[in-house]
Design a protein around this ligand. Structure first.
Ligand SMILES: Nc1ncnc2c1ncn2[C@@H]1O[C@H](COP(=O)(O)OP(=O)(O)OP(=O)(O)O)[C@@H](O)[C@H]1O
Ligand SMILES: [Mg+2]
Length: 379
């Protein structure tokens, strides 16, 4: 028997089923449907690492293409506006049969009409004109343009200003455009308090969170079944609970439980996941979560950040911030500086009444397990 594992525990990869995202997909679909000015045409998607922002943008792209729209997806980093510009209006080449070799300017490969980088002062207007020209063509075909920007928290202010200004004009002119940006929740404090970017604050907020376990259950049931391996009863229950509703963990648990069951029972005609298979797969998934999420997250933190987290990991639930300061042997003001940083980094969250808790599933368990090593590297 040869079956392929349907789960995709890889960042940005489309899962077999987009679990629990019906409402946000409906909002976008309505936006496309209802025409210029509909709220779903200007959206900001926020959420922690691994919650499924990138795959939502991919799905939006698919929905827009199904309506014959053009889709441009970009990831924020230096030169974002320039790249966007070049994709909205690809630079034309000077060379064509009608151009004499004597006008060759650079010799190799041709020269684009817009070879020089557009200055940041010119960028808003240049982008706006380019969008308008592209939309002229699309709207004649009753189509539109979707622009998505991923990792928006990493964008430079200038680039965001240019894009926001241009998109704002297109929306005001009732053009067939949709603009969606996605990023960590810190974009709210980074961009939305900026005077020039108030336009972005009006974007429909779609905060992505954990997925309800009932939906995870249905998705596991269906995905396992369709792949020829049954899962039910206690095994299903264990697998569902182990995901904690965290989308990346849905893929990890699904992938490893499926893998264990397949390896053990591939020669049987009817494969089903046993409770032991589920336990083993969940252990593998947890280890992977550590390697792919917790480990890299720790690497990006300072020594004191790690000390703060280790102090938190001593508790079984939310930690008192004053108690953490005591454990760290520091005053509250000092400890709170790290508390704020860790909240901004989405590693912990404020749960009120002077309490904080971990924002990443199973981080507590990971820290306890690796405490000795982390303490050493935090020296
Ligand atoms: N709704 C969902 N249902 C099931 N699996 C999902 C869902 N959303 C995302 N996933 C899976 O979770 C993993 C992470 O998704 P994705 O890369 O889109 O997250 P992200 O929010 O963009 O993370 P990052 O902030 O690190 O870029 C992928 O393996 C993806 O297949
Ligand atoms: Mg992503």
């Amino acid at each position: 028997m040869r079956r392929t594992n349907p789960f995709k525990p890889t960042a940005g990869r489309m899962p077999p089923l987009l679990v629990g995202r019906g409402p946000v997909l409906d909002d976008f679909e309505e936006g496309l449907e209802n025409g210029p000015g509909a709220p779903g045409r200007l959206m900001r998607v926020t959420g922690a690492r691994g919650v499924g922002k990138t795959v939502i943008l991919t799905e939006f792209g698919r929905m827009a293409r199904a309506r014959k729209w053009d889709v441009i997806d970009e990831t924020a980093s230096d030169g974002l506006a320039q790249r966007l510009l070049e994709r909205i209006e690809p630079p034309r080449r000077l060379f064509s049969l009608s151009v004499k070799p004597s006008v060759e300017l650079s010799g190799v490969g041709g020269v684009s009409l817009r070879e020089a980088k557009v200055s940041s002062q010119q960028m808003p207007l240049t982008l706006r004109d380019a969008m308008a020209r592209r939309l002229d063509v699309l709207e004649r075909k009753h189509a539109g343009l979707l622009i998505t920007v991923d990792e928006a928290q990493a964008a430079r202010r200038e680039g965001m200003v240019a894009i926001a200004t241009a998109v704002q004009h297109m929306i005001r002119e009732e053009r067939d455009i949709a603009f969606v940006f996605a990023g960590l929740p810190t974009i709210s404090s980074k961009w939305l308090n900026d005077e020039v970017l108030t336009f972005l604050r009006r974007a429909q907020a779609e905060p992505l969170g954990d997925v309800p376990l009932t939906e995870v259950r249905d998705a596991f049931d269906e995905t396992f079944h369709d792949s020829g391996i049954a899962i039910a009863g206690e095994a299903l229950k264990l697998a569902v609970e182990a995901t904690a509703g965290y989308p990346f963990m849905i893929q990890l648990v699904g992938y490893h439980v499926w893998r264990v069951a397949y390896r053990k029972h591939r020669d049987e005609s009817e494969v089903s996941v046993s409770v032991d298979d589920a336990r083993e797969g969940i252990r593998d998934a947890m280890a992977r979560l550590g390697d792919t999420v917790h480990g890299p997250e720790m690497d990006g933190l300072s020594a004191v950040d790690k000390t703060y987290l280790l102090a938190m990991a001593q508790d079984d639930g939310p930690s008192s911030t004053s108690e953490i300061a005591k454990r760290m042997n520091k005053n509250i003001g000092y400890a709170n500086m790290y508390r704020t940083r860790l909240i901004e980094a989405q590693v912990i969250k404020d749960v009120g009444y002077g309490l904080v808790d971990f924002a990443i599933p199973y981080l507590r368990e990971y820290l306890r397990e690796h405490a000795a090593y982390i303490r050493m590297s935090a020296q």
